[in-house]
Design a protein around this ligand. Structure first.
Ligand code: NI
Length: 138
């Protein structure tokens, strides 16, 4: 195939069989694409470890009735400046709000902002997902 390098490696047959079973359950058409995705995962986690520019989303649920929490959440995002690209808020029920903050910036700054938000009292649960900006991945 043009534009692709071919490679091979030795692997324990049991490990290979388990891997093939796992990826077929996820819908991969072939082993190559699954291995490429693992390599991309590794490279993105390297970028994040080295404080490179990444994209990230912070998803969290918080108590709508907690006094001053909404103001603190807005303040934290304002202080972060251009790292915050957008935020979406939905009212899950009378008591709970779900918010997703979309970010791009150095991984350290994105983690700092996420930690600042997640550690606020009244934020019940949340998770940061860091991914690539896509620029350096094929
Ligand atoms: Ni709400």
């Amino acid at each position: 195939m043009a534009g692709l390098a071919r490679t091979g490696f030795s692997i324990d047959p049991d490990l290979l069989e388990r891997f093939d079973r796992a990826i077929s359950g996820k819908g991969y058409q072939n082993r190559s694409e699954a291995v490429r995705d693992l390599m991309r995962d590794y490279l993105v986690s390297e970028e994040a470890d080295k404080n490179k520019v990444v994209a990230g989303t912070l998803t969290f649920v918080y108590d709508h009735h907690r006094p001053n929490l909404t103001e603190k959440l807005v303040e934290a995002q304002h202080q972060a400046g251009s790292q915050v690209l957008a935020a979406t808020h939905v009212h899950l029920d009378h008591h709970n709000c779900l918010e997703v903050v979309m970010m791009k910036g150095r991984s350290g700054a994105i983690r700092d902002l996420s930690n600042r938000i997640l550690s606020l009292q009244g934020v019940k649960h949340g998770q940061l997902v860091i991914t690539s900006t896509g620029k350096d991945l094929k």
